[in-house]
Design a protein around this ligand. Sequence first.
Ligand code: ATP
Ligand code: MG
Length: 455
Amino acid sequence: MLKKLIRSFRKPRPKATPGPKEQRLTLAEHGLQPDRFSRNAVSVALRLQDAGFQAFLVGGCVRDALLGERPKDFDVATSATPEQVRDVFRNSRIIGRRFRLVHVLFGRETIEVATFRSNHTAKDAAAGHSVTDSSGRILRDNVYGTLEDDALRRDFTINALYYDPANQIIHDFTHGLADLKQRTLRLIGDPETRYLEDPVRMLRAIRFAAKLGVELPDATAEPIYRLAHLLGDIPAARLYDELLKVFLNGSAEDSFMLLRQFGLFAPLFPHTAPELDADPDYSTELVRLALRNTDQRLREGKTVTPAFLFAALLWPALIPLCARYQADGLAPVPAMQKAAHKLLPLQLQQVAIPKRFTLPMQEIWSLQERLPYRYGKRADVVLAHERFRAAYDFLLLREDAGEDTGQLGQWWTDYQFADEGNRRRMISELSGPVRKSRRPRKRNTRSTAKAGTPQ
Ligand code: ATP
Ligand code: MG
């Protein structure tokens, strides 16, 4: 306690008077009750304040709480450097290089603590704290600044609200609260410059538009059409992280439609995008339905796996390759495996899907070619496969998108629920050309794989 007190004399106290641009909104003005926030996040901010630093809850958690939603994670912004934060919390570790942060760990909850950052100057770049490339893109971002600097370097005004749990005041430098009330998504500063600095902000704009139902005014929307291609140069690991947020936040279907509308889908999935244009009835429908199911499952509190999601997103690109290898004489399963080996490395250059998901994706795809072969023990072997459930769901997805599989989905539904006797009967009744052509009802022939000899 004494140590804390001495420290608090040495550290700068929060500014007493607001700066010229700053609005300080009281509880009566913003109406945000403190119980909307995680107790751990509040305690991190208060302990940093006790240690003499400024500390606020910031970003998505303040925005979502103001919208009446339960925030899913909590960020704290502070005047303390990462090392100083580390000194305050034993249960913490410093992470990141491009953007150094501290994670404070409370069992299953992690509170992310970031030091106030500033927008860059040429001097900072010369000193090596921040690095930008010739197009203005920020490559490293560790220039510390004041609370106001930190607000101005954030992406959108609605993401730059700072909540002080000690007095329930929100600090607003960019009219973020007014924008939030009007449900409009405005960049802080000149939109084109801000997108050039970090093209991922375009993806974030789409995510917020879909998830929060906020409007994209012209100033926010218009540059995206011109600058969308810049997403192609972003490191693949970062795009994977951001894409997961796009597709796993409950509004994946809307996000997908917006990504396509704004030309952001093609730089992310360069091999799928042309197939969606060529064959919208089937391919676009399949991706849409996969994303709609994902949204639905999340609403019902069920788990979703990125493997299934990416398996669907790449399926339209996989099918023509698979058809080509079959036309060259390969059997369906090896053709599918070869197609996956061709496509995945190309896609991974854009979006770094981890191996723990690319392996199940390949199993889901291969099983699509094994599901029609059911004679003898084959059906039971497939049924016992670790990935059967996902593969079966994927088969139903293909059918829902309009593909004619000869009612294979129904057969597998019945088989799963049949007793042993009925299963044997179902197998023995398989005769003749059980599996129809893979040609979907509405698809063009270009992307149709040749059927193998089924059963
Ligand atoms: P979500 O609720 O989906 O997590 P979020 O706004 O919290 O949304 P995060 O990625 O967690 O998104 O980022 C936290 C905050 O960091 C944002 O609210 C924003 O203020 C800032 N931020 C994140 N990414 C950027 C960026 N690319 N450029 C500028 N500021 C950013
Ligand atoms: Mg967040």
